[in-house]
Ligand binder design. Structure first.
Ligand code: BMA
Length: 337
């Protein structure tokens, strides 16, 4: 199998060769790449997103401050592994140039579309919902309209327009530790007005993702479909367990799922995933891809305390997803009822 990735070359993608053939996705041996107390006033960084920028990398990081409130911080890195963080929160301004600081902001995603970088996160909008901003230089950040009324989480844009409109995955939720959730997609001509909402994927039926699912990294375009890494949650007598799954969405009509892996791709098993502020959480928010080699580097939050990385290739992971494909009627429909 040889998957064609439709995207840019990234010859300096962080990388470590596959240690064995036991798994389709393998962890970085140097994990966690970000440990506790990473910068002044920030106790933990996790659930964060990264993109190539200039000769290196830029990231938007969920920093849990020492008062317990999460905000988003910028970071820069030459190699995508060792990071320098800015100590001030990202200084958003609203459309009129007035400063805007969300009451809290967490689980940021970062997506480039036609040279503009969009940050998408969860914030208070009289309850948990999605906030968005854009930047072209990582110096000034303009807040956009909130795309949805509450409650919602886990929103991430596609990296290009599809048939002329922007597309946004999201997960309608409640304002707490939501005990349900499917992935939906919405369309916009201008990043302001969102509609034509469609259902993409349901939670379950596999036990590891039977409570809720939520989009993770921005979709990666391949000739087999849009490759997504998402989180799936199961419930236990000791609380939720978050694992990472993978699926392929139709290129032209991404509310249609082409293949969905019935097995998790990664589940908490290392100390930094099993032990922390919230044990047993593996929460992907970003994936880099080199179109020349098909190499993929995934960034995930671990136990709400650390950032970990994992690697795969488009061939490895899409081959595995297809071999273990199990679709439900909810997945394969167009998503409109
Ligand atoms: C979810 C989000 C994530 C977090 C996860 C596990 O509801 O708040 O940020 O990683 O719970 O605590």
């Amino acid at each position: 199998m040889s998957v064609k990735v439709i995207g840019a070359s990234l010859p300096n993608i962080p990388w470590q060769d596959k240690p064995d053939n036991l798994r389709p996705v393998w962890r970085y041996g140097g994990n966690p790449i970000i440990g506790r107390n990473p910068s002044p006033g920030v106790a933990r960084i996790f659930n964060s997103a990264v993109l190539p920028y200039k000769d290196g990398y830029v990231g938007v990081f969920r920093g849990e401050q020492t008062d317990g409130v999460p905000h988003i911080y910028l970071g820069f890195s030459a190699d995508g592994i060792k990071w320098d963080f800015q100590t001030e929160k990202i200084p958003f301004t609203d459309g009129g140039g007035q400063p805007f600081m969300p009451r809290y902001a967490y689980d940021p995603r970062l997506v480039e579309i036609e040279g503009v970088y969009y940050i998408i996160w969860c914030q208070d909008f009289f309850g948990a919902s999605i906030g968005m901003a854009k930047t072209v230089d990582f110096k000034t950040f303009t807040r956009l309209e909130n795309p949805f009324i509450p409650f919602n989480r886990n929103a991430v844009l596609f990296p290009r327009k599809i048939n002329g409109t922007f597309r946004l995955l999201s997960r309608p939720s409640d304002s707490g530790h939501t005990p349900f959730g499917d992935i939906f997609i919405s369309e916009s001509p201008d990043m302001e007005f969102w509609g034509r909402h469609r259902h993409v994927m349901s939670r379950g039926p596999a036990w590891w993702e039977s409570v809720k699912i939520g989009a993770g990294s921005a979709p990666i375009e391949t000739d087999q479909g849009w490759l997504i890494f998402y989180h799936g949650v199961t419930g236990t007598c000791n609380g939720f367990v978050y694992s990472m799954g993978g699926a392929l969405l139709d290129l032209e009509q991404p509310s249609v799922v082409k293949a969905r892996c019935k097995n998790f791709l990664l589940t908490p098993e290392e100390w930094y995933e099993e032990r922390g502020f919230v044990p047993n959480v593996l929460f992907p928010c970003a994936a880099l891809c080199d179109a020349d080699t098909g190499r993929i580097a995934i960034y995930y939050g671990a136990a709400d305390s650390y950032v970990g990385m994992a690697f795969t290739t488009a061939d490895d992971v899409i081959g595995y997803i297809k071999r273990n494909n199990e679709l439900s009627e909810d997945d394969t429909g167009t998503g409109r009822r």
